[in-house]
Design a protein around this ligand. Sequence first.
Ligand code: ATP
Ligand code: MG
Length: 215
Amino acid sequence: MRSILVANPKGGSGKTTVSTNLAGLFASRKYRTVLADMDKQQSAARWLLRRPLELPRIVAWNADTDKKDIKAYDPHWVIIDSPAGVHGEKLADLVRRCELVVVPVAPSAFDMEATLAFLSELRKEKPIRKGESQVAVVGNRVDARTVAASELEAFLKSLDLPILSHLRDAQIYVHCARDGHSLFDVAPSRAEPDLEQWRPIQRWLARHLKPDRET
Ligand SMILES: Nc1ncnc2c1ncn2[C@@H]1O[C@H](COP(=O)(O)OP(=O)(O)OP(=O)(O)O)[C@@H](O)[C@H]1O
Ligand SMILES: [Mg+2]
């Protein structure tokens, strides 16, 4: 079982969007996938309730879920969506459980400042210091034509961390959130530029994080 934590202290940076799409990606590739929602807002859990039954299965892990049921399901991948502002012991506990922490960052000074402080806290966590867990960033809601996008790019490069991709601001994410879909569930023609932006993420995951067992 491989686990990915999606985290950023800023509200609205794209944690649930990235989490639900990562879960949809793995499920579409026929991996047994669990989406754990650690946020009281339960946006990811509710997205899963809206998910049409005919789509590739993603199992929910909420506060009421019996851990034995998750163990019995024997997932290949667990994606953890975390709340804004997670830090301290709670963050340490989540990082201990994950091989990868994905940090979505939006192109704004407020987001970049908050992310910088968060990353320095993350770097102090033992699994990350020891190289047992990795941190990678994803630019989110990036309009490549803007100054803000160039500033984000410079900021991300300065971090000396893998930059998995830049995701554009696109209505398809809003529609998918509404419908319980991920980009990997809709007709490719509806999501082509966005699927293209997820390809480097897929390649990076394939290179760096292999599931325990292939299906
Ligand atoms: N790339 C994108 N393009 C368009 N809309 C987006 C994109 N990413 C996120 N959104 C929208 O922005 C809003 C905030 O995104 P999301 O809920 O994923 O952030 P979050 O970090 O999980 O927020 P919170 O901290 O409140 O949990 C949502 O309405 C989502 O649909
Ligand atoms: Mg969220």
